[in-house]
Design a protein around this ligand. Structure first.
Ligand SMILES: Cc1cc2nc3c(=O)[nH]c(=O)nc-3n(C[C@H](O)[C@H](O)[C@H](O)COP(=O)(O)OP(=O)(O)OC[C@H]3O[C@@H](n4cnc5c(N)ncnc54)[C@H](O)[C@@H]3O)c2cc1C
Length: 388
């Protein structure tokens, strides 16, 4: 019997499996996909810092483009850029990146099995029972702890009473074309467009993967009247340099952009990553968050098993670690997102005229709220954001 079963081998599950196995646990990690990481549903942007923190050695096989900064484009076309001399992030080849994270887990001792689906999870005394299926065969496995990392669509955590369905106002719908043959002024910069006409309650992006290849997408709130593909096609048609491009891949998926779930643990159960809605609500990115949460969950599982107590109380350490770190400001970022969503294009134009590159860096890091408050206070139509 394995000590831990991890369900889902995306960034959260791979890290949960890896960091539990590193502590000497017997870990089985399963993913229903035939190929881990494929198909991708992602713009593939990752912050460099998290790779260092999680001991992921850089590997040219999955680095598509090194990124030095970010440009925001206002509805009126004005641009503000934050550029660093050093590399701040990478656009990865997600199919290879996820597989690489899974390989690191295997190298640290985990047993990873693709094309294996978890059908159900039931807590039974001191163990948790998982029904698995693969290639027409169904069987049961037991473990002291099950870590659910099945992503945004996973129903496992819901069946255990840990989550409710996400409301449309807290769900972004993302759609993207991986395009080739486009003009990219500077492939070391990612560019994001704001504005009602461009992306309703979200934003449009170009994440370069080379000199003439990029992920070009939009994310739109689920409650928006127009669907994301309408926005994307209109955006591509209106943007010089994109309209002539070819489409190599179409990627679509949903992203939870509200608060995280209230409790990530129950007796013998943990939930991490998109399944726990641990996503940055401003830019709708969740890879780094999933990796961080997966690591915390794996390490906590090892400690709990070490002390022979896999109760909810014992597993709470994971919840507490998360809440002291990123979780501490996720909910304020949700309010900030709702506030930004309420702004007119004229208000966005004003803000993007006033902000500096440093403001962009601070904002994305969840800092600089005092300076933001000052900017908002100078324009009466912006004061409504303080209601959120
Ligand atoms: C269009 C789009 C663009 C995005 N762009 C970015 C970006 O640029 N940067 C960023 O940081 N984030 C981005 N995201 C979000 C990011 O993709 C997710 O936050 C991230 O993948 C979450 O990782 P995870 O491990 O929690 O879940 P996932 O990566 O979704 O992995 C879950 C895994 O669980 C498996 N699984 C599910 N149920 C079962 C089951 N019952 N049995 C076995 N296996 C199961 C699935 O097959 C899957 O492999 C984007 C999302 C979308 C939709």
């Amino acid at each position: 019997m394995p000590d831990v079963i991890v369900i889902g081998v995306g960034p959260a599950g791979a890290n949960a499996a890896r960091f539990a196995a590193r502590e000497g646990l017997d870990v089985l990690a399963v993913d229903q996909r035939q190929e881990i990481g494929a198909p991708k549903r992602c713009a593939e942007g990752v912050v460099l810092e998290v790779l260092k923190r999680d001991m992921v050695p850089e590997d040219e096989r999955w680095i598509a483009q090194r990124i030095h900064g970010l440009t925001f484009v206002a509805p009126n076309g004005r641009r503000v850029s934050a550029r660093e001399d050093h590399v701040v992030g990478v656009v990865v080849e997600r199919k290879l990146f996820d597989k690489y994270l899974a390989t690191l887990a295997v190298r640290d001792g985990a047993n990873v099995q693709a094309w294996t689906r978890a059908e159900s999870v039931v807590r039974d005394g001191d163990t948790t029972r998982v029904t698995l299926s693969s290639a027409g065969r169904t069987w049961e496995e037991e473990a002291a702890i099950v870590i659910c990392c099945g992503g945004v669509d996973a129903t496992m955590a819901r069946s255990l009473g840990l989550t409710e369905p996400v409301q449309p106002k807290n769900l972004s719908s993302g759609v993207q074309f991986e395009m080739a043959g486009i003009d990219i002024p500077d492939p070391t910069m990612v560019t994001c467009w704001t504005g009602r006409r461009t992306a309703g309650g979200g934003y449009a992006w170009v994440f370069p993967k080379g000199d003439d290849v990029a992920n070009v997408g939009v994310t739109v709130l689920g409650s928006d009247e127009e669907n994301s593909i309408t926005y994307l096609k209109r955006f591509i048609a209106s943007e010089p340099g994109l309209a002539q491009g070819s489409v190599l891949e179409v990627n679509a998926g949903t992203i939870p952009v509200g608060e995280s779930i209230s409790h990530f643990v129950a007796d013998g159960i943990m939930v991490a990553g998109d399944a726990a809605r641990q996503v940055n609500p401003i830019h709708a990115g969740g890879i780094c968050e999933a990796m961080e949460a997966g690591r915390f969950a794996g390490e906590t599982a090892a400690k709990a098993i070490g002390r022979g107590d896999t109760s909810k109380k014992s597993l709470k350490e994971y919840e507490e670690r998360w809440s002291k770190g990123y979780g501490a400001f996720q909910n304020s970022l949700v309010r900030a997102r709702r506030a930004v969503h309420s702004l007119s294009d004229e208000d966005l134009d004003y803000l993007i005229t006033k902000i500096t590159p440093k403001d962009v860096v601070d904002f994305l890091a969840g800092k600089g709220f005092t300076r933001a408050a000052r900017l908002f206070a100078r324009r009466p139509s912006l004061l409504k954001v303080f209601l959120y």
